[in-house]
Design a protein. Structure first.
Length: 203
């Protein structure tokens, strides 16, 4: 009781210090509660949406081209998985009507994505770019390339040594970025359409 009475007396005697102390204590407690709440919210979001963020249950990433032996080894390890998808992604310059800009090329096979989906403006399917040289991009990306978005059909975009036609614009895509920061806009193409671009080779 002595220490409680002493502390109470000091708080009354030094009102300015007491107010400053209580204010700092309240701010610290509020900040701690806010951080805890944010962490719990982030954990719940990750638990509920992790598959959509990764677009798969498991990701195998390589920064070099996999050799046939490495591909066979990966197939053996992943033999228990029913579905597999493959994507090659890199940065390159794209040329539109009268402008060029850096884009992130997303070359996907017909199985991508395993989780999540595209939201297109038209009725295009994600497999429509596998058999022919076509691209998916946003309207903002097309405008940045100098392409009029109201007359984009038949417009060509050059990637490397190959011309691609814009098939559709997407409003949302499966590739999620936790930070929201992107170095360059994404452009989707069929994986088999990389042949002939000259973009995948030793420089």
């Amino acid at each position: 009781m002595f220490w409680i009475r002493t502390a109470f007396r000091e708080l009354i005697t030094h009102k300015g210090f007491s107010l400053f102390f209580i204010l700092n204590l309240a701010l610290g407690l509020a900040g701690f509660i806010a951080i805890q709440s944010f962490r719990e919210s982030l954990d719940r979001h990750m638990d509920d949406n992790l598959k959509e963020i990764l677009t798969a249950d498991l990701l195998l990433i390589s920064y070099d081209s996999l050799t046939p032996q490495e591909m066979q080894q990966a197939d053996r390890i992943l033999a228990g998985y029913l579905d597999k998808a493959r994507m090659v992604t890199f940065f390159s310059m794209a040329r539109g009507d009268d402008r060029s800009r850096l884009v992130r090329v997303m070359a996907m096979d017909g199985a991508y994505p395993l989780y999540g989906a595209f939201t297109f403006e038209g009725e295009t399917g994600s497999k429509d770019i596998q058999g022919n040289p076509g691209l998916f991009m946003t309207r903002d990306t097309a405008r940045a390339l100098g392409i009029k978005t109201d007359a984009h059909r038949g417009k060509a975009v050059k990637l490397g040594e190959k011309n691609f036609l814009i098939r559709d614009f997407f409003k949302d895509d499966p590739d999620k970025n936790l930070t929201g920061f992107e170095l360059a806009p994404k452009v989707y193409m069929g994986l088999d359409q990389l042949d002939g671009t000259g973009l995948i080779r030793f420089g």
